[in-house]
Write a protein that binds this ligand. Structure first.
Ligand code: CTP
Length: 386
């Protein structure tokens, strides 16, 4: 877990930084907070000290080298909220307080999350400074659109905690998948019986969405084709929505040549009703539905395979987990298959096996699907990046 130096500057959005510290600590990171002098008028340093379990700093006190020592201690320097004033000072190399001086002496990765009035943010001088910072490799997490404290509408709200946490994990990872394009399917497809009823399954989309987040953390450009999902959408990832297996099939076929890696994680409905009633089907004593087989998207991708790495999933009885998964890997012409035992469905704990076509098999155990996704992506990186 990482050592994060969190800078906070004077924006009313500073109250959200308290939640950010809590969430970072919950994720296992260590946090030290450095505050701009004016920000103390919004929130006392005691709040940050209590939340982080570390001393929070506004000035040098008795350590004249504090502006060197704090950045040196950190793996990542995050400033959230970063006021427009602090942002511009950092862009111009001005160090007039502990926070901006820390930014000057910092050699590692810097992530800024600006917040402020929409007109201040759009100001050409500020936009030039943002461009300058980006050119220097600073990660800038754009503020969000919405109603601002000043009652105006527009871009200026500090990025949500979920987005910030995701960007922080992104900033902490190496980028071996830079330049790679990853297409992931997620969630459940729905097959309609009539206008209001359908056949589907319990997939939440969490595994596919977690994989999308982790692939992005490691540098890939990610697109997700999602059926119905209940899990929270991954930030900064393009999500294309579909309903039925047929729609998913068509979208996947459209995008397959765009992708370097395709991960078929969706729980695809294997059957659809032969006929869909246009209105609402009336109640009757008996109802027989005739179902027809849907196309196997993964098998079709295997049949048409040219340059992409193809990854499938298999849900199997524990006794024949590896044996059946291997049959699917060979039968569908896959490069990799992730096999999960039936018991893993709906469980918090993750267990599975990742099997490569060359015969390598690795057991995966994790306490949640995000961690499991990271284990998978790391194994894939080892196998596919020279
Ligand atoms: N899959 C697919 N199209 C389908 C059904 C499944 O692309 N119509 C994909 C899933 O996304 C998954 C893999 O195939 O990556 C395995 O799905 P699974 O349901 O375990 O196996 P099936 O091949 O459908 O076989 P069975 O249900 O008989 O085990």
């Amino acid at each position: 877990m990482a050592k994060i130096l969190l800078g906070v500057s004077s924006s009313i959005a500073i109250y959200k930084a308290c939640e950010l510290v809590r969430e970072l600590i919950k994720s296992g990171h260590e946090v030290k907070v450095v505050m701009s002098p004016f920000s103390e008028r919004f929130i006392s340093r005691l709040t940050f000290e209590a939340l982080s379990g570390n001393k929070a700093y506004v000035d040098w006190e008795d350590d004249p080298l504090l502006h060197i020592n704090l950045p040196r201690w950190s793996d990542l320097f995050v400033i959230a909220p970063c006021s427009i004033n602090t942002l511009s000072k950092i862009a111009l190399g001005i160090g007039d307080n502990l926070l901006t001086t820390c930014a000057l002496s910092h050699k590692g990765k810097l992530l800024l999350a600006p917040a402020g009035n929409v007109e201040m943010y759009k100001n050409p001088a500020v936009q030039e400074n943002i461009k300058r910072l980006r050119e220097r490799g600073v990660i800038l997490v754009e503020p969000e659109e919405g109603r601002l404290i000043c009652q105006e509408e527009g871009q200026g709200r500090l990025a949500s905690i979920q987005r910030l946490l995701d960007w922080i994990e992104y900033a902490l990872r190496p980028k071996p998948l830079e330049g790679k394009r990853v297409l992931i399917t997620a969630g459940a497809t729905r097959e309609f019986i009539d206008r209001v009823r359908f056949i589907s399954n319990l997939s939440s989309g969490l595994m596919g969405f977690s994989l999308a987040r982790v692939f992005r953390w490691y540098g890939a450009q990610v697109k997700v084709i999602a059926g119905f999902t209940t899990a929270e959408e991954p930030p900064e990832v393009e999500i294309l929505r579909v309903l039925s297996t047929k729609e998913m099939y068509e979208k996947v076929m459209d995008l397959k040549d765009w992708a370097d890696i395709i991960v078929m994680n969706s729980a695809v409905a294997d059957y659809r009703p032969l006929e869909t009633y246009e209105g609402k089907l009336k109640k009757q004593e008996r109802l027989t539905l005739e179902l027809v087989k849907n196309p196997d998207i993964l098998a079709e991708l295997g049949r048409l395979k040219k340059d992409y790495v193809l990854i499938g999933f298999a849900l199997e009885e524990r006794q024949k987990l590896q044996e059946n998964a291997l049959k699917k890997l060979q039968g569908k012409n896959l490069d990799v298959i992730v096999a999960n035992p039936l018991e893993s469905m709906g469980s918090e704990q993750y267990e599975g096996i990742i099997l490569f076509k060359e015969g390598k098999a690795i057991n995966l155990k994790a306490s949640n699907k995000l961690q499991a996704s990271e284990l998978m992506v790391k194994e894939l990186v080892k196998a596919i990046v020279p």
